[in-house]
Design a protein. Structure first.
Length: 439
């Protein structure tokens, strides 16, 4: 079969030869060659107009096709059109499946454009958020919801943590709302709201139970501890029951420490809103903690060093910050061998302020690190009990840091030691007035 290129060359040669022959016979070769060229170009122009019209009207190309080079062009465009139609049918099928799946979701799902306008929402959005589709199309999500907590959440633009809020449709329902950025520019957002009413009330009941039981246990435990102290001071009792009384006092103290930590943790869980607080002189706070850590170390003689920027302040709740920092420092003392080096640092960098506690102890196996902030989780339960730990310290640290816009980061290598650090945002830091502090 002759190729399109050869066919086109034959056509051009034939027109040229006919025009030349006619020109020689008539004695006017140039005009007739020019006329032949015009006929040849006119035919091509006609095919170009035909192709332009078919593409403009979005009509599929069907045979018969012209010969020569145009046959290859028409055939290739027809193949591309067939692929495009097949791709379009596939996309329509996928989109239909997505719509069906999204419509079946029990969670409210909303897609926002780069300006925060609603591009699509599923039927569950009506039941949980009060958004009707397609009436909500193109409207501003924040204004349409008219929820003060949500408006503040959207204005901050920090979607790292889900937002808990009451449903605007049913005030008895509690929703967990998460926002995820997507798209090439990450300016579009997917909003997912889940009904967590049952989980919320169960968690609330758990917190109330822990708080109430802890309060109820504190009073009888105080009485028991008082009697044990009296018995220990009685010389006659001490002769017979000295070791037993001492052991009971140790266990009573351990239980009291656990109850106190449970109460602290319960208070933190009840209120996870970020505290405004006054600027805290962290360097002074850490100096006191380092001194207490030296006393706690005792005969173990840990080498404790403190490097703290004296002018760097942190806005927050001083009692909570002291609880978090002291837990991290005392843990290093309790869980590292005697003579280990413990370094406490408080410094500023370009992204805020950083607090860290590093040690040269035995390190923590990697499999334990993700669970260290869970309640009562211990890498070595026996050793933790011997050292006086309650298993709640890092859980308290996690909640305190959450309330102060920070997170705990743990890095450790077995045999080389561990570093517990947290970074506070610039908005929570400040400088004490004085020489060298920018005042």
């Amino acid at each position: 079969m002759t190729s399109p290129r050869n066919t086109e060359l034959i056509r051009l040669a034939a027109i040229t030869l006919v025009s030349a022959a006619a020109g020689l016979l008539s004695g006017h070769p140039v005009p007739l060659l020019l006329a032949g060229a015009i006929v040849y170009l006119g035919w091509h122009f006609r095919q170009l107009l035909r192709l332009s019209r078919l593409l403009r009207e979005n009509r599929p190309l069907r045979p018969p096709f012209p010969g020569g080079l145009w046959r290859g062009i028409f055939e290739r465009i027809r193949q591309l059109q067939a692929k495009s139609r097949k791709r379009k049918r596939r996309l329509v099928r996928y989109f239909s499946r997505f719509r069906e799946a999204a419509a079946a979701l029990p969670d409210a799902t909303v897609i926002l454009g780069d300006q925060g306008h609603i591009e699509w929402c599923n039927p569950a959005a009506r039941a949980l958020l009060g958004l009707e589709w397609p009436q909500a199309a193109g409207k501003d999500f924040g204004r349409l919801m008219q929820h003060p907590v949500l408006a503040d959440y959207l204005s901050k633009g920090d979607y790292g943590r889900p937002l808990e809020l009451t449903s605007p449709v049913d005030k008895t329902k509690v929703l967990s709302l998460m926002i995820t950025s997507f798209g090439r520019s990450r300016r579009q957002h997917l909003v997912v709201a889940r009904d967590i009413t049952r989980l919320y009330h169960l968690d609330r009941a758990r917190r109330d139970f822990v708080a109430n039981v802890s309060h109820e246990l504190r009073t009888p435990l105080t009485v028991v501890s008082g009697f044990l102290e009296t018995m220990e001071e009685d010389e006659r009792m001490a002769e017979t029951w000295g070791n037993s009384i001492s052991l009971m006092r140790q266990q009573a103290k351990r239980m009291a420490d656990t109850i106190n930590d449970l109460l602290v943790l319960s208070r933190l869980e009840m209120n996870e809103e970020e505290p405004a607080g006054e600027p805290v002189a962290v360097a002074r706070l850490l100096a006191g903690i380092a001194e207490e850590a030296g006393v706690l170390s005792g005969q173990a003689r840990h080498r404790i060093s403190l490097d703290a920027d004296p002018g760097l302040l942190l806005k927050g709740d001083e009692k909570e910050l002291r609880a978090a920092f002291s837990n991290l420092v005392f843990n290093a003392v309790r869980h590292t061998p005697g003579g280990s080096e413990i370094r406490i640092r408080w410094e500023a960098d370009g992204r805020g302020a950083v607090f860290s506690v590093s040690d040269t102890g035995e390190g923590i196996p990697a499999r334990h690190i993700p669970r260290l902030t869970e309640r009562f989780y211990r890498v070595d339960a026996a050793r933790s009990r011997e050292s006086g730990g309650t298993g709640l310290g890092l859980a308290i640290v996690k909640h305190v840091l959450n309330r102060h816009g920070s997170k705990l980061q743990i890095t450790s290598k077995e045999g080389k030691g561990s570093t517990f650090s947290c970074r506070f945002p610039p908005a929570r830091t400040g400088r004490a007035p004085g020489p060298g502090n920018g005042a």
